[in-house]
Design a protein around this ligand. Structure first.
Ligand code: HEM
Length: 401
């Protein structure tokens, strides 16, 4: 008996709008419904193809020669968008990524670890100094921590650091249609532009910092001078909204699941797994963009050459084809098969080691010092075209006796 490949089919047509306010208010539910229409779905309103299921997203990201990053849905040059990395294919992507990884791993990371751990201890101790405390886990914990530790390592001035979050909000909201919502978001981010540009120039980089090292790599001929600046701008754009939102989301998940928090407290070696489960459950990035350089068949479905593509990795975190009971949050879930919340393949998040370090050092300290985490009100999810996270998570933290 011979088996033949079934003939590729046209993608199911979806007439909804992934960028509507309804979708942004509940992206997990919305993207989950789109995922169940098929591995590839044609979004009629925008003439884009969405790749929705875990396996097919991974396979597409592996196929970077045909699934290119050099163009994407809603692309037009924009002051928020760095010109390197996410918008590049090899060979220029290869050298810029190598430079980014050189400064965001290895010896730098070891230096960051020591500092992050000391600051996490200092912050959690200070917060709990007077016993049980009510706070917003987004502003008073996550933002306070992230805007202290990583900008310190980058050598950024104290003043204006909050603009990094505004800038990130601009970066993540350019990825969507031109609407009043987008115009308001970009207007809110405008004051951050100058600050970010100013802090990426060679002259202001302090000796030994990430920016300084990037310019040293440029001097050594590893990447053009302007690309060194753009890599630094990418770090500013991608490195703050993501981590602040996902740390707050993790606290929400733990507050919502006291039995999981108890499990973690009893088994502190689960800290790393808890963080991975948290970003599977609440990914900070909703999707990425690509375009098809060739006629493709993805999951048995046709994508014509020239099509713009959305990689829907937020929905992939809840794909029941990949995870048992995907809507259940389990700090000891077996995640050896990984997740796509940092993307996959050559564009895997350049800052994933830094993000992981930030989250794990803070969580480790919470596990050491905190007895209970309880919600004291309704958390608020942020409205954003491309990013996902919580902007308000009211909790009561009770210290261990
Ligand atoms: C929880 C936190 C984070 C999440 C969930 C996240 C997620 C992602 C994802 C999904 C991508 C892939 C984009 C694509 O393929 O189109 C990406 C790329 C990237 N991320 Fe992150 N990120 C996080 C934190 C960070 C941090 C802290 C930095 C910088 C220190 C950073 C810098 C970058 C850069 C430069 C890229 C582009 C890489 C490339 O195109 O090769 N990210 N991130």
């Amino acid at each position: 008996m011979t088996t033949t490949e079934p003939e590729a089919i046209d993608a199911p047509v979806f007439d909804g709008d992934p960028f509507s306010m309804e979708a942004l208010a509940d992206p997990i539910g919305f993207d989950g419904r789109v995922r169940e229409l098929g591995p590839v779905v044609y979004i009629e309103k925008y003439d884009y193809y969405a790749v929705t299921q875990w396996d097919e997203i991974q396979k597409s990201l592996r196929d970077w020669r045909r699934v290119s990053s050099s163009d994407r849905p809603f692309y037009e040059p924009n002051p928020y968008r760095p010109t390197v990395l996410v918008l590049e294919d090899p060979p220029s992507h290869t050298k810029n990524k190598a430079a980014a990884m050189a400064v965001l791993s290895g010896e730098n990371l070891a230096k960051f670890e020591e500092y992050f751990a000391a600051e996490a201890k200092r912050l959690v101790t200070e917060i709990l100094a007077n016993g049980p405390v009510e706070l917003d886990a987004f502003h008073d914990l996550s933002v306070k921590y992230v805007l202290k530790v990583f900008p310190d390592m980058l050598g950024l001035p104290e003043e204006g650091r909050d603009l990094l979050l505004k800038f990130g909000d601009g970066v993540f909201n350019v990825f969507g249609p031109d609407t009043e919502f987008q115009r308001q978001k970009l207007a809110g981010a405008a004051p951050a532009q100058d600050w970010v540009e100013r802090n990426t120039y060679r002259e202001v980089q302090k000796e030994g910092t990430v920016g300084w090292q990037l310019y040293e790599l440029a001097d050594a001929g590893k990447l053009p001078e302007e690309d060194a600046r753009q890599v630094l701008k990418s770090i500013f754009g991608a490195g703050f909204d993501t981590t602040t939102a996902s740390i707050a989301s993790m606290i929400r998940a733990l507050a919502d699941h006291p039995a999981e928090w108890a499990k973690l407290k009893a088994n502190p070696e689960l800290v790393d797994n808890t963080w991975e489960e948290s970003i599977r459950y609440y990914p900070a990035s909703r999707f990425g963009g690509r375009w098809a350089k060739d006629d493709l068949v993805v999951g048995g479905t046709k994508i014509p050459a020239g099509s713009k593509m959305l990689m829907m990795w937020l929905g992939s975190g809840r794909d029941h084809r990949k995870y048992d009971n995907p809507d259940t949050y389990l700090v000891d879930r077996d995640l050896t098969g990984g997740h796509l919340s940092f993307g996959f393949g050559i564009h895997t998040c350049a800052g994933n080691l830094v993000a992981r370090l930030e989250a794990r050092t803070l969580l480790k300290e919470l596990v050491k010092q905190v007895d209970t985490i309880e919600l004291t009100g309704e958390p608020r999810q942020a409205m954003n075209y491309q990013a996902f996270g919580h902007e308000y998570v009211p909790v009561r933290l009770t210290p261990k006796a």
